[in-house]
Design a protein around this ligand. Sequence first.
Ligand code: IPM
Ligand code: MN
Length: 379
Amino acid sequence: MKLTIAVLAGDGIGPEVTQEATAILSVVADLGGHQFSFVPGLIGGVAITATGSPLPAATLDLSLDADAVFLGAVGDQTFASLPPAKRPEAGLLQIRQALGGFANLRPSVAYAALSGNSPLRPEVTEGADILFVRELLGGLYFGAPRWWDKTSSANGGGEAINTMRYTRDEVARVARVAFELARKRRKKVTSVDKANVLEVSQLWRATVTEIARDYPEITLEHQLVDSMAMHLMNIPRNFDVVLTENLFGDILSDEAAVITGSLGMLPSATIGGTVNLYEPVHGSGPDIAGTGRANPLGAILTAAMVLRHSADLEAEALAIEAAVQRVLSEGYRTADLARVSSAGGASSALPVVSTREMGKLVQQALTEATDRRQSMHAV
Ligand code: IPM
Ligand code: MN
């Protein structure tokens, strides 16, 4: 199969982890006789430096022309004093909006081999396998009015506003994605809101409840976001698909990284628009950029999601995920995973590998598993 992927590596550790994601995709292409081509583009701080804009028109064009967009990370403290609309992050928000994907899928899985990495006890994280479905184009991120006019006379510039706004249709379409995905999983949707305080959340809850009628086989529960934040750490295995508005999902998906042991493990895919957008959940990690200490597994698992959601190559996606599990169970760790919580016992025996070495180990595991499968078929 042929696939053109726009590759927007971005800032900080973005290029290092993206390199390992495209490398694993190239291995899949070689093994399966697929043609994947990668078209690079600028986004974020590197784009501001080169062109003055966090999302240059050329990047948008090549992204809209691609079959999938892979984004490494954006964020650079150099631009911290700029208003939100001019910062590197604005490039990300603009491309999300332009591509139109409204359902951001963020799986959070407790890998057995990493059970000692979470500060939570292994018996708490064991078996946790959560899929966040985060609404990505609405809520406080995009609602109007929004301003902080520091020069305005209103309260001497000491007033700012953002707006949480949703329409029924915006809630309904992302709710349908959550219910469809729950069908293929453990058939439970937990919808998160703040319906005891916010009108927007009351609309959210009413709409989700209404959509649920089309999915009688799915169990729907509602959770208020504050108590959800607690339950997530108390009994993570109670959750299957978790449906949230934009900001709640941003916060809870970072919290859920605690279950996996590291934010560096989390992949994401944004679907429902004209072109799907794939990004690891972690940020640009400016403190470790260029040191070879970044964990590429979030990006590699994101590459698996590209195959699953943009190429219909489910077996290949599963094979990448299995290769990651195998390398972890052999004890290889990037720096972020080398620290093991006291609950997990001694950590000194685990070999710490660089970003590049971890990428290579996963490539090797994938190639070996594929060779083994092929020789079994040949018998
Ligand atoms: C994420 C990030 C982004 C977000 C930032 C960088 C704009 O935190 O993808 O979770 O808030 O959506
Ligand atoms: Mn975030």
